[in-house]
Design a protein around this ligand. Sequence first.
Ligand SMILES: Cc1cc2nc3c(=O)[nH]c(=O)nc-3n(C[C@H](O)[C@H](O)[C@H](O)COP(=O)(O)O)c2cc1C
Length: 396
Amino acid sequence: MNVVLGITGGIAAYKGAEIISRLKKKGIDVKVIMTENAKQFISPLTLQTLSGYPVYYDTFKHATENYEIDHISLAKWADIMLIAPATANIISKVCHGIADDLLSTTIMATRGQVVFAPAMNTNMYKNPILQDNIEALKKRGYMFIPPAKGLLACGDVGEGRLAEVDDIVAEVVGLLRQRDDLKGTKVLVTAGPTREYIDPVRFISNPSSGRMGYAIADACRKRGAEVHLITGPTNIKTPVGVHVYRVETAYEMYDAVMSLFGQCQIVFKTAAVGDYRPDMVSSQKIKKDADDLVIRFVKNPDILKELGRRKKNQILVGFAAETENIEAYANKKLKEKNLDFIFVNDVSKTGAGFAGDTNGGILLCADGDRLEMSITKKEIIAQRILDVIIDRKLDK
Ligand SMILES: Cc1cc2nc3c(=O)[nH]c(=O)nc-3n(C[C@H](O)[C@H](O)[C@H](O)COP(=O)(O)O)c2cc1C
């Protein structure tokens, strides 16, 4: 487990020393990149001695000495890049794609998770320019450990003090643990709506955005799983490193799921599959000659029920969107479909369910347990669901 610690030019740079020794005590390898300005605050010699590696700050030094391109090798080496303390300057540079020193260039080159722990004067922290940059970076998947409130080195009181070292270390250790707990596991995720065609240009569907399923797929991949994502039509970016299969109708989804089910150990059925389809699909566009149009619908195959019937050792996780009696309906589904877990949300509540960025609901377990999850980002709900499943079902 490798962490590249980036230290930038703020008073809290000295806390980098403590972070290194605490991470090393947890068995984590740490290499340090400092900015030139950080050297004003703490000596590279201290950090070198604590980390057991040379401290990196010169983009060109090793390239000219022995053809080693540090920003690439460090970027590849890092499972996580922790920038602590992170100045307003480094956050804003990364946000705008500036790579003008070794630290910013390595951040640009890494595929590891980048975590910023900002520390600065409270007015700097609250500056809307910085806040916009933080929000933009979060949207791109960069993580932030927010600063604490209190008396700052400059004498001001407010938000801006580096988060407690304990909290920073716990966050990094948690992230590193997450990286591996699904290693060697194949996961199947379905997401998005289906379309049931009436004629070549019309269909019935539902407002599912696919976000919950994509968040689950991404979270599983980040924890080391091989992820197969079967998705109905969506407008969102597919997560990197995931095998994607695109389908439209419930029947196509059924076929895709059945062909992959046997090789997967965990299945998340988040897709909002149409329960019914028109019994006839017109091969030509239906003209509006008639005053009314009657369409008869027939039932689609119940994919989840079929998986429950075929299941051997797999863990089967269903998702339900209900508008009333949510727990009773979900419990019925859990039993009838032989599921291990079901996550149910009340889609009539603001912030839960279809199309939005957030979700919230209840995770019901086959052993009778229930866990309430309050409304938060779908990415966080995905992580929480995985934590429960891994704790209870996977001996890892
Ligand atoms: C004494 C002193 C303390 C500073 N502390 C901070 C700080 O805590 N946070 C911050 O964002 N900038 C701080 N700065 C300003 C940064 O050092 C400055 O913006 C610098 O350009 C940051 O460079 P870097 O991000 O490449 O390290 C401080 C400057 C001085 C002189």
